[in-house]
Design a protein around this ligand. Sequence first.
Ligand code: HPA
Length: 247
Amino acid sequence: MTIDLAVIGGSGLYQFPGLENTSRHSVDTPYGPASGDVVVGEFAGKRVAFLARHGESHTVPPHRVNYRANLWALHSLGARKVIGVNAVGGIRADMGPRVIVVPDQIIDYTHGRYTSFCDVEGAEVRHIDFSEPYTESLRRELIEASAKADVAVLDGGCYGATQGPRLETRAEIARMKRDGCDLVGMTGMPEAVLARELDVAYACLALVANFAAGCGDEDEISIEEIFAHLAAATAEVPRILAQLLKS
Ligand code: HPA
């Protein structure tokens, strides 16, 4: 099967709006079950695969997502280009709620996750280059498509991946800021590195849901607000991807 684009939906994106003539694929992987069925259908005249990272009813927390199975399932169906849609908190002042960012760097603060397909008995050990964690050509496609769709996105930024599922302390975010992180999210890693191990092009559309701890005016982050901002940013995603598929 040829898949023109695969999309991994994050919090707030559990179905792909506008995906038509769909079929569902429950893929057996050597790493156990994926987060759910991969839904393959037509969108903007192309074949698109969609997988809800947290499951279609949001039952899989970030630290329990089977990232290897998800990437493996998409790859085995023929996906060679994957866009991860990720909810994030904004650290940089211009990355407030509802801003959309296409990051270009990552710092990984997660722990205890399977971060490599080499992590099984007898697998060949590979030390892949990860200097540029996202596929630059796919980042450019996303940025150009957003401009054509008239959706403002910021080009570049460092995504700090935390363990979750709790939000961070102010001190943790202050440290991440000193480290050079612009955004914080719980699911950007190991998704990006696993895509690279499979030679799958991968880029991230980071949707800012809130200012990270201590970065906004509020003393506390409200989950209701997070989901309201996320819904607004998520509504722009199909327009960006439709343009990307047209070019
Ligand atoms: N921290 C981590 N992940 C997130 C946040 C946050 O503040 N907001 C949305 N995802």
